[in-house]
Design a protein around this ligand. Sequence first.
Ligand SMILES: [Zn+2]
Length: 78
Amino acid sequence: MAGYKYSQYLKQSNHEEYDKKYSPGTAAPNPGIYRCVACGDEIAIAKGHTLPPQNHHQHAPNAGRIEWQLAVFAQQKN
Ligand SMILES: [Zn+2]
C-alpha cells in the first residue's frame, strides 16, 4: 500500500479515473502510482509510459488476472 507522511501533499478525490482498470502493457493515461488489483503490487508510472507487460510483472498464478488501477495521481505543472 502506498505510504505518505504529510497529508497536505495528497487530496482525496472521487474522480472516475481511479475506478478504471488497465491491462498489462497498455499506455497509462495518467502519471502516478498504479496497483495490481490482483496482488496489490505497486508501480510508479511516468507520463506517457506503458504499464508493465504480462511477462514483466509476476505474481502467483492463482492470484488472478493482472489489472492496473490508479492509486495516486501525480499532478504535474505545465
Ligand atoms: Zn499482481
